[in-house]
Each structure stands twice: as structure tokens, then as C-alpha cells.
Design a protein around this ligand. Sequence first.
Ligand code: SAM
Ligand code: SF4
Ligand code: FES
Length: 351
Amino acid sequence: MRKEFATALSRIIQGEEPDKASLIILLSARPGEEEEALYREADNFRARYVGEEVHLRGVIEFSNHCRRLCHYCGLRADNRRLRRYRMEKEEILKSARMAVELGYGTVVLQSGEDTWYSAEMLAELVATIKGMGLAVTLCVGERSREEYALWREAGADRYLLKHETANPRLYHRLHPGMSWEERITCLQWLRELGYQVGSGNIVGLPGQTLEDLADDLLLLRKLRVEMAGIGPFIPHPDTPLGSYPAGSLELTYRVLAVARLVLPWAHLPATTAVGTLSPNGRQLALQRGANVVMPNLTPRKYRGDYQIYPGKICVNEEPADCRYCLEGMIHSLGRRIGRGPGHALRPLTEN
Ligand code: SAM
Ligand code: SF4
Ligand code: FES
């Protein structure tokens, strides 16, 4: 093991404020001893700070319409090959009831940026789902502060808005017509409104460097996020980035493991994207810092059309299949399924 690696790791474990140079050293952990030590410490932190429970957040992908043009995403407005759908209110509620039946404490309402659903419609949905005893996470992109406030008043607990990359230049290149600064402003509004805030980044975007990834981690820490979604880039053939290689799975694990060390209390999902790149991807992520899994609750007839990237897992499964699959996975790791809503444990004032 390189001396500088051992030093960077032991400083972070002792709770020193992370600096960019040490994060870059940790992110460049070499296969073998260095990676093993990093993963071991991330798993220790996970056990110490968030425990043995793995929280299940059922995701309802209720619309694949999107007004944006993100260069990596198959839902982008310009993708004419995608069959578009919108779930009716009753269908969404039926999926939420399925979450109750399957014992999930949270539903995540996720969609493209689809303003067909008015703020009032979504507020009503949130309130009805809250009435079922579930926690609600919204993941519907950028909206006004007033809309975020309305949903919060309706009972929404959490909001997931990934910053995608902390490098504003890279962000602007990949998100035509969008602004990095506005994205960060949205995250600040969500925090002010009392949401548990989730953000996160994509690993392996074309043109991204280790420095950018270190900045992602520093930004997540600065934003004091309660949750961070960290997943690899997967190319979609019908997008401008279709011919670029996928992000490296090993690098994604390293970013996840370092994220656990810099955000010890955060909820970190074993993402569907790591499960898509490797059959045991989510198991490994759960052993390298992750403590959340997000099973799909979208009705089967729509699943194949929520194609943010190709080859997404669980497209042919029913919600109950995923429930039992995950139970087996979690128990095989010696862990247990989280009970209740699985809110963040960390007091808001703490770092
Ligand atoms: N439209 C909302 C938004 O962008 O915040 C929420 C839904 S969007 C599909 C959820 C996430 O999918 C994005 O935050 C992005 O990180 C991820 N994503 C989209 N395309 C991807 C790709 N090709 N590879 C990896 N992640 C991707
Ligand atoms: Fe739309 Fe979200 Fe995909 Fe961007 S990442 S195109 S906002 S669904
Ligand atoms: Fe869907 Fe395993 S989680 S089949």
C-alpha cells in the first residue's frame, strides 16, 4: 500500500475534514490491498453509523415524458424512438398500495420533467399516499420554490435531485438550456423547506476527471445531504453520448466507499445502474458503503419504456418478485430489511 494512501485513509477515518488532494488519492485506490482497505473501512462506517438495516424505497416511475435534453438520458425530449406514457392518478395510487402490501416504508415518485402533472395534482397524490402511512420521496426535477413548498405542505418527506456533476463546465456541456447554479439553488430551497435532501452524481461521464469526482464528494458534504445517489454512466444508443463507454464499475464502488467515509450518516443506495452493469453489482455496493435499495414498483407494462439507459434490470419482474429477490439478497449478506420510514438519523445541525 502506498504511504500516501494509508495516510489519507487513516486521516479520514479519524474524522479529519477531507481535502480534495486526499480524496483524489482515495479515489485512485489500486486494486488489491488499497481497494480492500477502502472497502473494509466503508463497510465499518456503514455498520457503525447506519447499522445493519437495508431500507427499501419502492420507485414508481409515473411518467417518461421530459422537457429536458440531458445528453446521457434516454428520456430526453428529442428521443423520438421512445414510446411515451403517463400513469393516471388511480394507477399511481394502486402502485403505492402495492408498496404497503409489500412492506415498503417509502415510495419514490419519479418521472421525467413533465409539467403535465400540475403542482396541485402532485400535491394531492402526495397527501393521499401519506394517508396510507408511507413516507414520500419526490424525484421530478427542477420546479419553482412555490411548487416545492406546496408538496412539502402536502406531506412530502424527501426530495431527490442529483447535481449530476460538480463541474459546472461539464454540467453545462451535458445539459443544454440548464444551469448548474439553478440546480444548486433548487437544492438550497429544498433544504430551507425542510425536506430531507438527496442529491448525487454520475460516475464516468465522458470528460469527467478524478478531480471532478472529488469535487462531487465535497459538494455533497457541503450540502449536508441526507441521501446521495451515486451510479455509473450507462450509454443509451439514442442519445448524443450513445457511443461513449460506460462508467467503470470499480471506480463507482470507490466513489461510493469514499462517500460513506465523508458522509457517514447518509443513506446511500446500491443503485439500479450498478445492478445493470453486473449481476452482483448491488450486493457488492451494499458491502462497500450502501444501505438502501430502490426496488421498482412501476407496473410492468410501462417498465420497459422508462428507459433512461438500456438493459435496466427488473423490467420483466412484477413488484412482488423484486421484493422477494431483495429479501434473499439482504439476508444472504447477514443484514436485515429496514422497518418504518427509514428517515435520516443525523441531526440536521451536525456535519
Ligand atoms: N428527471 C428527474 C431528474 O433528472 O432529476 C428525475 C428522473 S432522472 C431519470 C433520474 C436520474 O437518472 C438522473 O438524476 C440521472 O443521474 C440518471 N440517469 C439518466 N440517464 C442516465 C444514464 N444514461 N446513465 C446513468 N444515469 C442516468
Ligand atoms: Fe429528463 Fe431527468 Fe432524463 Fe434529464 S435525466 S432527460 S431531466 S428524465
Ligand atoms: Fe428486481 Fe431482483 S430486484 S428481480
